[in-house]
Design a protein around this ligand. Sequence first.
Ligand code: UDP
Length: 320
Amino acid sequence: MKLLVTGGAGYVGSVCAAHLLEAGHDVVVLDDLSTGHRDAVPGGARFVEADLAEAAGDLLGEGFDGVLHFAARSLVGESVQKPEIYWQANVVTTLRLLEAIRTHATPRLVFSSTAATYGEPESVPIREDSPTRPTNPYGASKLAIDHMITSYAAAHGLAATSLRYFNVAGAHDRFGERHTVETHLIPIVLQVAAGTRESVQMFGDDWDTPDGTCVRDYIHVDDLADAHLRALDRATPGVHAIYNLGNGHGFSVREVVEACREVTGHPIPAEVAPRRAGDPAVLVASSERARTELGWAPTRTTLADMVGDAWRFTQQRQQS
Ligand code: UDP
């Protein structure tokens, strides 16, 4: 298939673009490099550096079999401070993309949605029919896009899939996580091991969890990419399918820090800090629907797998 990958210079987008190329697809990456990196775009992909809203129409006019839409702003804290950025960059831009898809009758769309669409869960594991009550504008913007996609699929026959990621981790070959402003736990802990940060703060040790620190469902980015390929194959015209992607098993912040110590051999000083605003205590996915309907099953499910790959990527970056 000829596929447009928006945000293919970012973490998840670049890894998925690499998987698509390995599977034999023809890949065009569209990215404005506002947060992505030119050298993260896999060789073999055609790269277009442009504003998505402006360029999508002309590009899709070439004729594509599908779009994988990763391009987005994704910092929860920033979305609380500057919600206008999120409504513009996520919702307005995606509406322009959907209009280009409709105009040029592009048949398929796979969208990067998020566990943040659910907000504070009433119960775990979180299923796709759990209430969606996002607690920040980032999650609200992604949920608004999910609603837009549902209506476009129903009205215009688009074969659409939203994949709601839980905590993505790990790396693929030379593609991994490198944000200019790092807020995520595993890369922050590995910065300590790499010597570019003194210590890690654990945000709260008085949560209602087995060891008092927050529990999250980490999923390897290669497993995530595999779900995108399956979603493309299974897409049905007029249907918007939504799938949670997680391991179904939670790891605490303490367990993550300990796994990083084991993988890196670094003592990694960690101190307890106040809770971070907006953090739920436990987020764990039910991915039963993806398992049943996509035949998907995560294969790199241990912290050692995920942290090990992320550490290898960190070390490669340090040497280059
Ligand atoms: N966390 C932490 N210290 C940090 C960064 C994150 O204790 O420096 C915690 C955070 O409070 C959450 C978990 O690690 O409980 C995962 O946070 P992350 O930002 O990686 O992902 P999120 O779950 O917010 O999407």
